[in-house]
Design a protein around this ligand. Structure first.
Ligand SMILES: [Zn+2]
Ligand SMILES: [Zn+2]
Length: 362
């Protein structure tokens, strides 16, 4: 029988989110119902509320979550009731042109639940990133559930479901940071700090954190930055060059989503260096670079979606590293909040006061 639970809904563009009764159907073929334990508040949830993703209101927000599988539909063998899982928005299809070419992290046909969750009057909900986890229960495709070690704290490992994985992967996978590399990370919010942690895990020896906010630079040090640059008082390009024998960094990661910052990251690279852009831009942003500099400096310019991760490959290993004390996911959790405090958490996020507010349930 379908369940009625509480969920955080964005009903109209720009309107404050509200706590609503939502109806979660029983799982159909290939689907699972997950009891949500924790879900982080991500900028993308705010983008949905502001109509920046699409106009398919009402949205059921929340997508960085961990929980317990409560029920699975016919044919599901990858997870079972009772499993502790981190939810993901890259349940790869195995059949699209990217998957067939052996690049499933680019999958163009990722799986979501087929059935719709609804408001109590039957209005269908659009779940954020196909998840919708600011709710006591959510319905997802079984492939969106990645089983991990149940000893881990849900409020910490749920963050692997989006922002933290995007940052870790921007360094480890998209940037392919290697042993002894120098890395500069522009922007030290949740994603940028995760990029710093990823660069450290990958063996970078020089990790330069750049931000305008001294509080964030202090956090960046805790995640593994070897040097910090306050871009409100220092030219970051000159600073990165000064810290790398005048050369620039092997890998520069833009974690803001800002054309000026992207230009700084472009010029802070060593010759043949890699620029990774993981900060999400808005549609009106433009970049204007001399083509001769693009050509003449060589290297690579790479966008990073979700850190080029493969959840089933990466989440369990990263949770094991967390449990072994080698990846501090707890440090991303600035505060834990209740389901009815998401709107206030958006304000704190916009003021730059938190890496992550995390909703904790039950
Ligand atoms: Zn695919
Ligand atoms: Zn997100």
């Amino acid at each position: 029988m379908a369940s009625t639970v509480r969920g955080v809904v964005a009903r109209a563009k720009g309107a404050p989110v509200t706590l609503e009764e939502i109806v979660v159907p029983d799982p159909g073929p290939g689907e699972a119902v997950v009891g949500v334990k924790a879900c982080g508040v991500c900028h993308t949830d705010l983008h949905y509320r502001e109509g920046g993703i699409n106009d398919e209101f009402p949205f059921l927000l929340g997508h960085e979550a961990a929980g317990i599988v409560e029920a699975v539909g016919p044919g599901v063998t990858s997870v079972a009731p009772g499993d502790f899982v981190v939810l993901n928005w890259r349940a790869v299809c195995g059949e699209c042109r990217a998957c067939r070419r052996g690049r499933p992290w680019y999958c163009f046909a990722t799986h979501n639940a087929t059935q719709k969750m609804t408001l109590s009057d039957g209005t269908p909900l659009s779940p954020a990133l196909g998840i919708g986890a600011f709710a006591e229960k959510t319905l997802v495709a079984a492939g969106q559930c990645t089983k991990v070690d149940p000893h881990a704290k849900p409020e910490a490992v749920g963050l692997l479901g989006c922002g933290v994985m995007a940052g870790l992967g921007s360094a480890m996978f998209t940037g392919a940071v290697g042993l002894g590399d120098s890395v500069a990370v522009f922007g030290c919010g949740g994603v940028g700090c995760a990029a710093i942690a990823g660069a450290r895990l990958a063996g970078a020896t020089t990790i330069i954190a750049i931000d305008l906010d001294a509080r964030k630079l202090e956090l960046a040090r805790q995640f593994g930055a070897t040097h910090v640059v306050d871009a409100s008082v220092t030219d970051p390009v000159a600073a990165v060059q000064g810290l790398t024998d005048g050369n620039g960094a092997d890998v520069c990661i833009e974690a803001v989503g800002n054309p000026k910052v992207m230009e700084q990251a472009f010029y802070a690279r060593d010759l043949a260096g890699t620029l990774v852009q993981v900060g999400v831009p808005t549609p009106e942003m433009r970049i204007d670079l001399p083509m001769i500099d693009f050509f003449g400096r060589g290297g690579a310019l790479k966008p990073s979606w979700y850190g080029d991760c493969l959840p089933d490959r990466d989440f369990p290993k990263l949770v094991d590293l967390y449990l072994a004390g080698r990846l501090d996911l707890d440090l991303f959790v600035s505060e834990t909040i209740a389901l009815d405090e998401v709107e206030k958490a958006f304000d704190r996020m916009q003021r730059g006061e938190v890496l992550r507010s995390v909703v904790v349930l039950g």
